[in-house]
Ligand binder design. Structure first.
Ligand code: AR6
Length: 174
């Protein structure tokens, strides 16, 4: 099941939350900064041992002081007009995170809106990619019981709500 919710992802009690990181995995602004602040310095210490991560891939750490057991770190693509494989890379972020979550036995996962902040990915396109990819992964992995898209502002939530509505209509029609 996919739920679109409003809130702060650092407060969500799930098996794994996802961090919209950068390729260094050494922290930054936005949701990445919030997650590191809430998890405490042990998170950065573990991230240092991971030696970075490629765009579209994902790596997992413990959640330390967060309510979540794990943090899955994924560097999303920077939007550069759309002709540099941005949509495929974003799809790969969601798939890589869900794959890692399933491998670690996670049943509940929460995502932030990857790439739509500092990385400027247009929300309409990003929300469509995210919703489609999550729904399709969960269909073939029933062990993932619930995925939440945690939106930090109402504008973002509006885009994810309508992307989910569009997917549901498509599913009824075909
Ligand atoms: N909970 C949920 N969502 C949040 C939170 C929060 N606490 N804080 C911000 N957001 P961004 P990106 C939303 O910029 O575009 C970092 O410096 C935010 O409103 O965090 O993937 C990294 O180190 C937006 O909707 O991530 C990278 O360098 C969404 O999270 C770079 O930013 C993503 O915005 C990654 O940029």
């Amino acid at each position: 099941m996919l739920k679109i919710v409003s809130g702060d992802i650092t407060k969500i009690s799930v098996d794994a939350i996802v961090n919209a990181a950068n390729t260094s995995l050494l922290g930054g602004g936005g949701v990445d900064g919030a997650i590191h602040r809430a998890a405490g310095p042990e998170l950065l210490a573990e991230c240092r041992m991971l030696h970075g991560c490629k765009t579209g891939q994902a790596k997992i750490t413990k959640g330390y002081r967060l309510p979540a057991k794990y943090v899955i770190h994924t560097p999303g693509p920077v939007w550069n007009g759309g002709s540099r494989g941005e949509e495929e890379l974003l799809k790969s972020c969601y798939e890589s995170c869900l794959k890692l979550a399933a491998e670690r036995g996670c049943r509940t996962v929460a995502f932030p809106s990857i790439s739509t902040g500092i990385y400027r990915f247009p929300l309409e396109k990003a929300s469509a990619v995210a919703v489609r990819t999550i729904l399709s992964f969960c269909q073939s992995h029933p062990e993932i019981e619930e995925v939440q898209m945690v939106c930090f502002d109402e504008r973002t939530k509006g885009f994810y709500d309508s992307a989910l509505q569009k997917e549901n209509i498509l599913h009824i029609e075909f």
